[in-house]
Design a protein around this ligand. Sequence first.
Ligand code: ZN
Length: 393
Amino acid sequence: MGFPEFFKRQLTIARVYGIPVRIDYRWFAVVALSVWLIASNLHNHTLQVVNVQVTPHTWPTSWFLGLITTAGLFLSVFGHELSHALMAKAEGIEIEEIVLHPFGGLARLKTQPENPRAEFRIAFAGPAASFLFALLAFGAVQIAAMGNLEATVVVFFLISAGNLLLALFNLFPGYPLDGGRVLRAILWRRTGNIVDATRKAGICGVLIGGMLILFGVYIMVAPNWRAAQPYFMGSWSILVGLFLLDAATKVVKSARDVGLATVADAMSPPVAIEPGLVISRFVDDVLPLHRQTSFPVAVKGRLHGILSLEDLKALPRRRWAATRVQAVMRPVAPGFFVGPSTTLDSAQAVMKQNGVGSIAVVNAQGQLVGFLQSGRIRKKAKTKGQKGNRGRG
Ligand SMILES: [Zn+2]
């Protein structure tokens, strides 16, 4: 973006439900701009809000109202992101942080949603919260209008309008906007291919970004446009468009990379051993045939655990003949398996932490359908992207 690194350095301003909330220095510039814009409009113009006429305020009152409204808008953006974060939490996903950047916010998740349903819910939670805030604030406008409270009317009206705009803009169907995520979830559900869904939703994001830029230019040059602040609105639209264009282009590019390929694209057929198998037999009969450092343990396709050679080393050789696999294996636990549509990125993150460096792939019916080892991903993942390759059997 060409800003000096200093302005991108992040500050943690709060922790909510244990989630760090961060801003960077550019954010202060946007806050200042918002306060000034609202204050100058309240000072210079007579505004008609619903059925209340708001006469110009003194400078101190205008600044104060600008500050209050901006705080309300800031809380609205935060509430939008918190809504994403809490829905993600409800879907079992941990939250890395909430970042408030100049064009809104971002709830960063530690792992990607595992299925289209979770993705859809998490994406929709933000705009839904914004719609609700808009409605509540508009209710406050109506109440204040009855008492003819000019200042209260104008503050809540701006907060209501801001939330409505936030909800509508975010529902534009271009990834990485919320609407684009909803679109991705729908495409993902339809085809089962998350890579292709991401690419298509990203292309929509590129198109919408481009449209916002053209729209911004049009506002500025169109002779008959009667916008209140054509240059301000135009440059804002161009900036948001550039921001979206940049983000969406990166998404489209990375959808072509290995990172967004799914586990199903990279897994190998599972070489499963039975829990009752004696270790000496395993070492003599199974190990020589398969160059793996860990093996899924299963009975009739049901995962029971993972046997790691590292764990086996702790067992003295003289006990091999008397010990069965189930005594040495790590029993099945959430860190030892993923679904076929999990992204490789999140599968790799899980593998890094589970201590065996590999992971079993279990389908929705609970059947073991594949096995993934961290060292073997790159080569295989090149053959990704074709439709309907959900592992079966
Ligand atoms: Zn959102």
